[in-house]
Design a protein around this ligand. Structure first.
Ligand code: ZN
Length: 275
């Protein structure tokens, strides 16, 4: 399936964009600064032309003095990103770009595990590190607040579902408590599950329905965790600031560009109905 760049780089003018109300219940900063952001040379080390941000160097690319919103999270988020995940296509990068003081991307996984262990889990006190992944013993955010009062670090796997289940065999995860997401609305991610995943024993139709992108998972967990801590709702909504903007761009193409829509539909197998 085509990457988001194909849609966000389209010649569609700002005036032609239809209003995307899919995220109207969230407290999001205005997207004006993204609408006027030019394609520019990355200020990081890659030297490539990018628009909005560079997913490899993890730097925002906005006109001078304009900034991304900065989000505070209730815990440190460590995203272990599979070598197979393409940074420019992953929403994990959104988390690191929007909460740079709280989110860290470790890649390629599993090769990065020794360094991750050395810097995060080695010597960590029991109950301070947990893994966000479903399981029979997984704790809800409310249970985590009650049973893991010293929780500081939450690990998130950024890999396909089938690959994640294989990577879970890494010894590093054996003793870690697990966390699960609260039920929520269906994902609004615009990618579809690879066919080989659909055929996996781990990938029943109900699991397709419950799958969310990495940034949606982190947002959903942190929102529920904040509420369980007695904090206000919406404190980390800006984690979805880039996601909501790009969703609007893709939706605009879907709604207004028949040729691209046909191609999207043929590749998505109906998974874009929820856009
Ligand atoms: Zn770069």
């Amino acid at each position: 399936m085509a990457g988001p760049d194909e849609f966000v780089e389209s010649s569609t003018t700002e005036e032609q964009l239809t209003e995307d109300n899919s995220f109207q219940n969230l407290s999001l900063s205005p997207h004006d600064v993204l609408k006027k952001a030019p394609r520019t040379t990355c200020t990081g080390t890659c030297g490539k032309k990018r628009r909005y941000y560079c997913a490899e160097c993890l730097v925002p690319l906005l006109p001078t003095l304009e900034q991304f919103p900065s989000v505070e999270l209730p815990v440190q988020i460590h995203i272990l990103q599979s070598y197979a995940e393409v940074p420019q296509r992953s929403t994990a990068q959104h988390v690191a770009l929007l909460a740079p003081d709280y989110a860290h991307i470790w890649r390629p996984f599993p090769e990065c595990v020794p360094e991750f262990e050395q810097r995060v889990t080695k010597g960590a006190k029991t109950g301070t590190v947990a893994l966000l992944f479903p399981g029979d013993e997984a704790l809800s955010p409310e249970q985590a607040v009650a049973q893991l009062p010293n929780l500081e670090h939450v690990i998130v796997l950024d890999a396909s579902w089938t690959k994640s289940t294989v990577l879970l065999c890494e010894p590093i995860f054996k003793e870690l408590p697990r966390l699960t997401l609260p039920a929520g609305a269906r994902s609004r991610f615009w990618r579809y599950a690879p066919k080989r995943s659909e055929q996996s024993e781990f990938f029943s139709p109900d699991k397709v329905e419950s799958l969310v992108s990495t940034v949606e998972a982190v947002h959903r967990f942190c929102e529920a965790y904040n509420i369980a801590l007695g904090k206000s709702s919406g404190l980390c909504d800006n984690l979805l600031w880039l996601f909501a903007f790009l969703h609007g761009r893709v939706k605009n193409v879907y709604d207004n560009a028949p040729q691209k829509r046909r191609r999207l539909m043929s590749k998505s197998k109906g998974m874009l109905d929820h856009l």
